[in-house]
Design a protein around this ligand. Structure first.
Ligand SMILES: [Zn+2]
Length: 62
């Protein structure tokens, strides 16, 4: 089971990832598009780290 905070955290990151992925797709082939693609990858990595750190520390998540 995951707690509400976990869901909120994941939703925030997913929104960020979707935003940068969309921006990257709309600006494909430009430096702005490349920057957004990199940002989406970073956000995905940050999400994995934040969620695993949360699960380790949260008494409600297991
Ligand atoms: Zn939790």
């Amino acid at each position: 089971m995951k707690c509400r905070r976990f869901d909120t955290l994941r939703a925030e990151f997913e929104r960020e990832i979707a935003y940068f992925s969309g921006h990257s797709a709309r600006n494909r082939g430009t430096s702005a598009g490349k920057a957004s693609a990199t940002h989406a990858i970073d956000a995905r990595r940050n999400m994995a780290r934040a969620l695993s750190t949360h699960t380790e520390r949260c008494p409600e998540c297991c």
